[in-house]
Design a protein. Structure first.
Ligand code: SAM
Length: 310
């Protein structure tokens, strides 16, 4: 579908749950209502995925919260991969349960995963994020073993908290055939964290050279010479990519969110019983997609990322 600014909007980021077992300071905040019982049922998730496909969506990413906490995740992926719509079926995860599920996810039809990883230090991982680093690395191994590639590692650098590890993340992309993507911190909810811009990191590491056709979706990719992998920069704050944004978000509580950096929301909950009305709302939401995010104004979003769907 085209929006009013001529952009094709065909990429759905579907949040399956607000629940997450981690405590990332820039992301997680339990705003209540994070009960498993209040989540969309399996058949609703599948029906909505089909309706988005019928509206012209061609890429789908399941996120959250932590999507692998849903017991029906493979059932959902399997149903979506049987649909004739989606060229790209992906999932964003903290990786904690990935080693256990990678084989089933691949068999269900999942194409690839992005793993969020904000530290390479086991103690910091436990203390700051509540994550067991060995689980994340077993997950990374499983991704390669089962071909859920190309693998992207999402990293948010927080001033004074993990900014001493930037070189280690660049080294990870040197050693393994994956992309480490530094994502600029976005002002979500009442988070007090401070981020570091992509340009600041690039100034510190001049050995990172732009790869040919460096724009890959929303990321700008760089590489050290002789590295197996690449380093990407996603800079929603310092240089927004709104002109080419193709995304629509659906939150776990059934609300359409046309732009992450704008609090406009269109609910689906009151029309959930009627497929035609749902499709109308999807079309309305595409039409109302703002031209540009509001991050450059003193703006914070009304929801934290785990409640929105990262
Ligand atoms: N639980 C999954 C995970 O950990 O990847 C998926 C959901 S999480 C909300 C998705 C991504 O959003 C993570 O990579 C996380 O670091 C990122 N994120 C959360 N809050 C953010 C913020 N304020 N600014 C930038 N990225 C953020």
């Amino acid at each position: 579908m085209k929006d009013t600014f001529g952009r094709t909007v065909d990429y759905l980021r579907f949040s399956l749950t607000k629940r997450c077992q981690l405590t990332c300071p820039h992301c997680a905040k339990n705003e209540g209502g994070c009960l498993k019982e209040s989540e969309m049922k399996t058949d609703t998730v599948i029906r909505l995925s089909r309706l988005f496909g019928e509206c012209g969506f061609r890429k789908i990413r399941f996120t959250g919260g932590e999507p692998l906490l849903r017991n029906d995740i493979c059932e959902i992926i399997s149903a979506v991969s049987d649909m004739p719509f989606y060229d790209d079926i992906a999932l964003t995860t903290n990786g904690q349960l990935l080693a256990l599920l990678a084989s089933d996810l691949k068999q269900s039809g999942l194409h690839r995963v992005n793993i969020s990883l904000n530290t390479l230090n086991a103690q910091r991982s436990k203390e700051m994020f509540g994550a067991d680093l060995s689980n994340t690395f077993s997950g990374i191994e499983a991704v390669f073993r089962h071909g859920l590639t190309p693998l992207k590692i999402n990293t948010v650098i927080l001033k004074g908290q993990n900014d001493d590890e930037i070189a280690d993340f660049i080294a990870l992309a040197h050693e393994y055939p994956l992309t480490v993507r530094f994502i600029e911190l976005m002002p979500m909810g009442d988070s007090k964290e401070e981020g570091i811009s992509g340009a600041q990191i690039l100034r510190m590491y001049p050995q990172l050279l732009p790869v040919e056709n460096k724009a890959d979706g929303v990321a700008m990719n760089y590489r050290e010479s002789n590295a197996k992998g690449t380093v990407g920069f996603i800079n929603p704050i310092s240089s927004c990519f709104c002109d080419s944004c193709s995304r629509m978000r659906l939150t776990a509580d059934g609300t359409l969110r046309p732009c992450l950096g704008n609090n406009l929301e269109i609910p689906l909950v009151d029309v959930m019983y009627n497929n035609d009305l749902i499709k109308q709302r999807i079309q309305d939401a595409v039409r109302q997609k703002p031209c540009k995010n509001s991050f450059s104004k003193a703006f914070i979003t009304n929801r934290t990322m785990n409640n929105l769907g990262g």
